[in-house]
Design a binder for this molecule. Structure first.
Ligand code: AMP
Length: 466
């Protein structure tokens, strides 16, 4: 199948051709005609499937075919795309820009963690397509900087992540500000009961489309496990990077502290590395990601939330320095490599404490990940497994207070993950404003964007830090 047969107009096809895409991906083949027909859509697709073009291309076409009536006076926001993280918002925004290159449409990306004033100025000039994270969108709305009453198309991208990150209240608030008559597109990698619940409320007679999870089906990603003692993981990682001369490796750790520490150690080993996680400023995160994409640094060490949705074209190597507590996160992590047309390799360095996590992951994948022994790094058989700090073993135990309401029980219920996630959520949504760095820190439960209290009250509190 070609893009030409999907009913897209010449200006869009030209922009698509310039991206070098020859053929629509399965999600694009299924989603584009549905969106063009004006239907609501519930799509099961994760990052890496080409889902962004799957909703962006038809959305742009729908808007551009009815631009004329809006061309006089200030342009209202006609399409709103909500994403859970700043990185994803920025990426979606780049896609929108690229695909609308030959159209008379204006787009803007807004997220927290950066100054709000330039965003307000740009909104004043009129924007057709707004890509936003929920918290900043509401902040702008409270400042009367935007009007959502003319929105024709709403996209919720990575809806499961938004719920996991505790944005359900913000989403509800946004929905309340949209006109009742509109087209709704919901994209989610997973369909928990909570997502289904949201879908029932949000979507009208939706068409459902789904594509195979690339992780389980993908032959493009080679996966391996290396068993190694915990204290020798760093050494083994440096060895592999050097031995195979890897130039671009995304490494996952479980905690922010672990990410910092590992990046420091790799730098000491002479391997250029940077860490991204929720305690880093937005500037530092953007810089690290861009250095990594441009091959200025070889290793990017990331926590799960910081890496979410990041799209690095043809990323060749992903390393699980520590296995995630939640098996599904393994799938998301390795989905960073082998994207679209490229092939990739995903390795996991597994110590004795993590054998149970490995079994859980393999159960989700429905297969065993091949083990490869590295001579000189075989684990010491006398070392016995110890409980992982704040790990799965604590599931259901006292730590639950910091967890997002959106997290499905039993899926993300471990205290370990919730700790970093809480801070990262705040960061992801950019509640910390420039000029008032401490204002939001720790004052808000669970980064849940001031759930249960009026937004303007929050703003006052943030604007007047104690
Ligand atoms: P996404 O799932 O939207 O994050 O897209 C994943 C990657 O696939 C991005 O780097 C896109 O640029 C790329 N991509 C999207 N559509 C296509 C296509 N039809 N052919 C090749 N690559 C694509």
């Amino acid at each position: 199948m070609s893009f030409d047969s999907l009913g897209l107009n010449a200006d869009i096809l030209r922009a698509v051709a310039e991206q070098g895409y020859n053929q629509p991906t399965p999600i694009q083949q299924q989603a584009i005609p549905v969106v063009l027909a004006g239907r609501d859509l519930m799509a099961s697709a994760q990052t890496g499937t080409g889902k962004t073009a799957g909703f962006t291309l038809p959305l742009l076409q729908l808007l551009s075919s009815s631009t004329a009536q809006h061309s006089k006076g200030r342009r209202p926001i006609r399409a709103l795309i909500l994403t859970p993280t700043r990185e994803l918002a920025a990426q979606v925004g780049e896609n929108v820009q690229a695909y609308s290159k030959y159209l008379d449409l204006r787009s803007l990306v807004v997220f927290g963690g950066v100054s709000i004033n330039p965003q307000m100025m740009k909104l004043r000039g009129g924007v057709d397509v707004l890509v936003a994270t929920p918290g900043r969108l509401l902040d702008l709305e409270h400042q009367n900087a935007l009007d959502l009453s003319q929105v024709e198309i709403l996209v919720l991208d990575e809806a499961d992540r938004m719920l996991d990150m505790g944005f359900i209240h913000d989403i509800r608030r946004v929905l309340a500000r949209l006109p009742a008559k509109r087209q709704n597109l919901l994209f989610s990698a997973t369909f928990s009961d909570e997502i289904k619940d949201l879908a029932v409320k949000l979507l009208h007679n939706p068409e459902q489309v789904s594509v195979a999870r690339r992780n389980t089906a993908s032959e493009q990603i080679t996966q391996h496990v290396h068993f190694v003692d915990k204290k020798r993981k760093r050494e083994l990682l440096s060895f592999l990077i050097g031995r195979d001369n890897w130039q671009q490796v995304l490494v996952f750790t479980r905690t922010k502290h672990g990410a910092n520490h590992l990046a420091e150690q790799l730098n000491k080993d002479g391997i250029t590395a940077a860490a991204i996680h929720g305690n880093k400023s937005q500037g530092a995160r953007t810089r690290a990601l861009s250095d990594f994409k441009q091959n200025n640094i070889r290793v990017l060490v990331a926590t799960d939330i910081a890496a979410r949705g990041i799209d690095i074209s043809e990323l060749p190597h992903v390393v699980n320095y520590e296995l995630p507590n939640v098996p599904e996160d393994y799938v998301h992590r390795i989905g960073r490599t082998g994207r679209a047309a490229a092939t990739g390799e995903a390795l996991s360095l597994v110590c004795v404490d993590e054998h149970k996590l490995l079994r859980d992951i393999e159960r989700v994948l429905k297969r065993e990940i091949p083990r490869i022994a590295i001579a000189g790094y075989e684990p010491d058989p006398s070392i016995k497994a110890e409980p992982i700090q704040n790990g799965r073993q604590q599931r259901g135990g006292g730590n639950g207070g910091s967890r997002g309401r959106g997290a499905p029980q039993g899926q993300r219920g471990n205290g370990e993950r919730s700790q970093p996630a809480a801070g990262e959520r705040r960061q992801a949504e950019g509640q910390r404003r420039q000029g008032a760095p401490g204002a939001a820190r720790g004052t808000r439960p669970e980064g849940r964007s001031a759930a249960g209290e009026p937004r303007n009250k929050t703003r006052q509190r943030r604007a007047n830090p104690a």
